[in-house]
Design a protein. Structure first.
Length: 390
């Protein structure tokens, strides 16, 4: 049963005290409320008023304090941080990556890049080193920027209290199911090598890499880059968005991650994986669950690349068996967890809700129309459209 806020049906509104954040530990709730209560905090949603009370304004006369205007003000500020962070990622992929390659080339490193292409050429080890460096910058800067601006306590910005270790297992199972579902339509299309381009973001000629370069980049792609992405989307930014309820934070996070792929082919998988990561993080209580979800997804795609790269005559059979086994394993594990919970009558409150007179769709519309988020979203869509014709 979902908790009903004490403010329901009352004349007094206090969004901080009324907010139902019982999905996390008491220590988390205390730190979160302390952060929101700081008067100098421009990103905290604070509104306390009596619905029957009116305030006299010299120019407008008597008026009732508006909760809706405060919602839009804080949402706009949060979306500004998100928009700037996303813009940095787009600029890094299209401009900074080339600038770094040119800079290294000026210092004698064997690496080259053309004006109209982001693909890097040169010595394999040099290329991989620059690509890894650029991707680290691409991932770290948004994380550090959001943390610096929001100033959330570490244990609040990055959920770390494990509430249910079973949810971690369930998250892995759901990820295996999701991976198989999003891969099945393309697995038999005859163009799987193009769909599962694990190294598509490397902007290099992967065919020229040696085993050392291949393994090095694979490790970073599977373990490090996904973790940085999660730390941004499911870290302080997600926590700050939770002020307007977990559904709001999840929708904004999933939409933003989807847009940032800038590839219509990758969007369905990104939506599913980011959704699973966000929900299971809330249910388990720790951001490590979201990180594991993204790592499992990367490992799954890497495994498919390995199967497709094999010259074995029964490559298709092995790949199909792998996908079927992953689907069955995920379904069985998740199903067993569901059955055990039903029999043990285990229930819990995992999603924090926000109650307002403003419709959820209006809050999301306010987020979507915020500057520069709207402009960055358009840029992402345009780039994704251009990729179709390239």
């Amino acid at each position: 049963m979902k908790a009903i806020p004490e403010s329901a049906g009352k004349d007094t509104v206090d969004v901080i005290e009324d907010f139902d954040c019982s999905t996390q530990s008491e220590a988390y709730n205390l730190k979160f409320k302390e952060w929101r209560s700081r008067k100098e905090n421009p990103f905290a949603f604070r509104f306390k008023a009596n619905k029957r009370e009116t305030v006299f304004n010299d120019s407008r006369g008597f008026e009732t304090p508006s909760q809706a205007s405060e919602e839009k003000r804080v949402i706009s500020r949060l979306m500004f941080i998100l928009g700037i962070s996303m813009l940095f990622v787009v600029v890094t992929d299209n401009v900074i990556s080339r600038a770094v390659a040119v800079l290294f080339g000026l210092f004698g490193v064997d690496i080259h890049v053309t004006l109209f292409s982001s693909t890097m050429y040169g010595q394999a080890s040099s290329v991989v080193s620059v690509v890894v460096l650029v991707n680290l910058i691409r991932g770290l800067v948004p994380v550090l920027y959001s943390q610096k601006k929001l100033k959330l306590p570490m244990r609040t910005g990055y959920m770390s209290q494990v509430r249910s270790s079973v949810e971690l297992i369930n998250a892995i199972a759901l990820t295996l199911i999701a991976c198989t579902i999003v891969c099945l339509p393309t697995a038999y299309s005859g163009s799987t090598k193009e769909i599962y381009e694990f190294f598509s973001n490397s902007n290099t000629e992967v065919d020229l890499w040696g085993q050392k370069e291949f393994v090095s980049y694979a490790v970073f792609s599977i373990l490090v880059f996904p973790a940085l992405e999660v730390l941004f989307f499911n870290g302080p930014m997600f926590t700050a968005l939770r002020q307007f309820g977990d559904p709001f934070a999840i929708i904004v996070t999933v939409t933003s991650a989807c847009l940032l792929t800038r590839d219509f082919r990758e969007m369905p998988a990104t939506i599913l994986i980011t959704l699973i990561a966000s929900v299971t993080m809330l249910r388990s209580g720790t951001i490590m669950t979201a990180i594991v979800v993204h790592i499992v997804y990367k490992m799954y795609n890497f495994a498919l690349i390995m199967f497709e790269g094999s010259s074995s005559a029964n490559m298709l059979l092995k790949r199909n068996m792998f996908m079927i086994a992953a689907l069955i394993a995920g379904a069985v594990i998740s199903g067993l967890i569901y059955i055990v919970r039903k029999k043990m009558k285990v229930s819990g409150h995992y999603i924090a809700l926000y109650h307002s007179d403003t419709k959820p769709a209006m809050l999301l519309a306010a987020a979507a129309k915020s500057f520069p988020y709207t402009a960055v979203a358009i840029l992402c869509i345009v780039e994704a459209t251009v990729k179709i014709y390239m």
